[in-house]
Design a protein around this ligand. Structure first.
Ligand code: AMP
Length: 451
């Protein structure tokens, strides 16, 4: 498997990635970065959640690492155009995170805020400017931003920009850039107008494409059990009583956790083996082989150990613990429902993991149906006002009978557009702050799990 170090990135970036907890490049990163480091233009078919931000940010930062220069006033060495202010802010944060040991100057220009601080920022010059097209054009018109020396242009979520009517402003901006620039265009879909834009803007581009994460997520029947932390093992055993669970992968966050869960299952008569980084290669091969042949019913794995697993016919994925990185959730559940088959993913989520659950729902743009199995104590604790916080929208559909079916797909079909929805705090009709996901406590339960 490709590692970040194999991609030719400098140590100063590898250190930041390590600090961010990134272990291996995602597919779009592994595919794009080598081309971009060669200076090629790129057409990337990828949507949010695939890791595309790092795919373009890392090679740009690498360029700065190789050629450090003070930016000239009123210019930016790299310009990233994004459709929304939220996305622009996130992209800038990513540049800062990946460039944490280089400290590039990164600025954001969006509409709806005062011009003055933006002009001051532009007057100092920037390494990276992330902007929405309309406001940037204002600054170009007034001579506060001079695009002619920009070395790299990135158009992110191009199809979303098309939806928002930004194609003409984009063309106006591009017309003012140097022809010698490197250009990258990312889009989740490729409508005719975007293909036309790509044709006009890109010079012999490399093309890379990755399956949208939502596709995997939509094929898998997902359910969450809200549980007390200490009850997870019992709930897991209960799930394993179902004979439909014929081949399951149970994910834990740590190696020790994997061992403990496997031992617990074995002790209860459920055939299980753990695989993780502390096992020898031979032990891993043997465990996998036995799982593949159906001799072991349950494989307990950590994310890293599971990366290379390719076993057909996995009926269930159980998240004994939710992953720290939401993208890992999509990788995990993708272990079932392979080759167009259907599959089930069940997540055990305790109160402490609720923020992780919200992140997953935001990334996959869905509200996961859940069953509340917590004790009265835990529900009460969760319902305390001090814990109350605005939901990111994830809880909006939670009281629907079939939230996933009713709520998710309509949104997921509009690429890019739902990012805003996903971030908008849900405001219930009565005007009160809504509690975090599932915080309704003893509200009627949503769709019954069919483990
Ligand atoms: P993006 O598609 O760029 O919005 O990224 C989606 C999420 O994946 C963000 O939370 C990133 O921090 C995270 N991410 C990106 N690349 C990696 C990686 N190689 N390993 C782990 N997480 C990543």
């Amino acid at each position: 498997m490709t590692q970040f170090a194999d991609l030719g990135l400098s140590e100063i970036l590898l250190r930041a990635l390590n600090r961010e907890g990134y272990e291996t490049p995602t597919s779009i990163q592994a595919q794009s970065i080598p081309y971009l480091l060669q200076g090629r233009d790129l057409l990337g078919i990828a949507q949010t959640g695939t890791g595309k931000t790092a795919a373009f940010a890392l090679p740009i930062l690498e360029r700065f690492a190789a050629d450090r220069r003070r930016p000239t006033p009123f210019t930016a060495r790299a310009l990233v155009l994004a459709p929304t202010r939220e996305l622009a802010a996130q992209i800038a944060d990513s540049f800062r995170a990946y460039g944490q040991f280089m400290r590039p100057s990164v600025g954001v220009i969006v509409g709806g805020v005062s011009h003055r601080p933006q002009i001051e920022m532009l007057s100092r010059g920037l390494d990276v400017l992330v902007a929405t097209p309309g406001r940037l054009l204002d600054h170009i018109a007034s001579g506060r931003f001079k695009p002619a020396t920009t070395e790299v242009l990135v158009l992110d979520e191009a199809d979303h920009m098309l939806d928002l009517g930004f194609v003409v402003p984009i063309r106006q901006i591009v017309a003012k850039l140097s022809k010698n620039r490197q250009t990258l265009l990312f889009s989740a879909t490729m409508p005719k107008e975007i293909a036309g834009l790509a044709q006009d803007m890109l010079n012999n581009p490399a093309q890379v494409s990755v399956t949208p994460v939502a596709t995997t997520a939509e094929r898998v029947d997902q359910h969450v059990f809200l549980v007390d932390g200490g009850a997870k093992r019992d709930v897991l055993l209960e799930l394993m009583k179902d004979t439909d669970v014929s081949r399951a992968i149970v994910f834990t966050r740590t190696k020790r956790g994997a061992d403990r869960v496997a031992q617990h299952l074995e002790a209860a008569g459920v055939g299980a083996e753990a695989i993780h980084g502390n096992k020898s290669q031979n032990q891993r091969i043997r465990a996998l082989d036995s799982f593949r042949k159906g001799r072991t019913r349950v494989l307990v794995a950590t994310d890293i150990a599971a990366r290379g697993i390719d076993v057909d016919g996995v009926t269930h994925v159980v998240n004994f613990e939710l992953p720290e990185v939401p993208e890992a959730y999509v990788h995990r559940i993708g272990r079932t429902a392979r080759g167009g088959a259907s599959g089930r993913a069940i997540s055990l989520c305790d109160n402490g993991e609720r923020p992780l659950l919200r992140q997953i729902e935001k990334l996959t743009r869905q509200s996961l149906p859940f069953t509340d199995r917590r004790s009265e104590d835990q529900r009460r604790d969760d319902a305390q006002p001090r814990r109350a916080q605005p939901s990111n929208g994830a809880g909006r559909n939670a009281s629907h009978k079939h939230p996933r079916r009713e709520g998710q797909h309509a949104e997921a079909r509009r690429p890019g557009g739902e990012r805003q929805n996903a971030q908008r705090p849900a405001r219930p009709a009565n005007g009160q702050k809504r509690r975090a996901h599932g915080g309704g406590g003893n509200r009627p339960q949503s769709r019954a799990p069919q483990a």
